[in-house]
Design a protein around this ligand. Sequence first.
Ligand code: TXA
Ligand code: MG
Length: 341
Amino acid sequence: MKPRILTIDPNNIDIGLIKQAAEAIHNRGLVAFPTETVYGLGANALDSRAVTGIFEAKKRPLDDPLILHISKIDDLFLLAKNVPPEAEKLVNRFWPGPLTVVLEKTDMVSDIISTGLETVAVRMPSNPIAKKLIELSDVPIAAPSANLFGKPSPTSAKHVMDDLKGRIDIILDGGPTEIGVESTVIEFVEGRSIILRPGGVEVDLIKEIAGDVEIASEGDHTIKSPGKYPQHYSPNAKVILVEKGPQQVDELLSQVKRLTSEGHKAGILASQGHEEYYKTFNVKVLGPGENGEICASRLFHLLREFDSEGVDIIAAEEINEEGLGLAVMNRLRKAAGPDPE
Ligand code: TXA
Ligand code: MG
């Protein structure tokens, strides 16, 4: 029966279980594992056939490049060359952790990983299970988020099972992930530092280290970036966003009343404190609207919960874009899909 689920306590790691997973990596297997952001679906990055298996299992388009995961900073220089000083400063400050750097690739990185680009994305995760798995595998591990392409990223082993059951070999179940949204992806182009995807490391912290940083606009298709597929991170339900401001609650209520009268099964994603206004409806609390960290840690789980309840429209309150709130709003906008105008 696929997959084998190996339950591991991140605070008291059973090395024997990680060795089994590392062996599977060496045998072209696909291993889902927890990182501090979301669960990843890993394969040996030096084995093109194993990497191809990732794309097949996720039904991921072959032109969407993968992140390579390493367990020590020195390995970055095997995979990337001409590393600019800002990139080096950033990895020294934030690794291990939720930061992915996009750099010029070396010949060690195959085209299937970089999908024909001259660059490679690299990250060193801090989750102890992820670190040990990469260390014992003794190869870089290629790993996208362990969901079916386009679905919300998995923040628990159950989410991975729901999407990839029967399609992968092992799941290392290390409990729910801490951060809940994916890593911040940053690229360096001719002296500019450009954030391609806001994520687990806040933009303000990156600016403290790298100085001037640009944020790629969500509709910018000139940059090969995670924004390339406008509809992403989507639950089965359609997502609609309701702007912040004094009218937010009234506006959301009127939309949900209308949708319900049209026969929709609506769900509401509310900021903490607003749930009482919506109590006659199916409401879930994302977190305090000013606390991006809490909202990030719950977002994908709640989107999936609405799906499992058969909700077909989720009306979500926009939250404050400070700190991790920026990543939360980026994911919600992508889930809502391109603006119809
Ligand atoms: O937190 C994370 O980053 C998780 C965990 C498992 O590490 N991984 C993750 O991978 O979110 P994935 O594949 O779901 O998202 C990585 C994004 C992709 O959308 C891809 O387009 C972008 O990073 N990416 C990868 N390589 C790139 C490159 N060379 N240039 C530009 N974007 C790249
Ligand atoms: Mg993904």
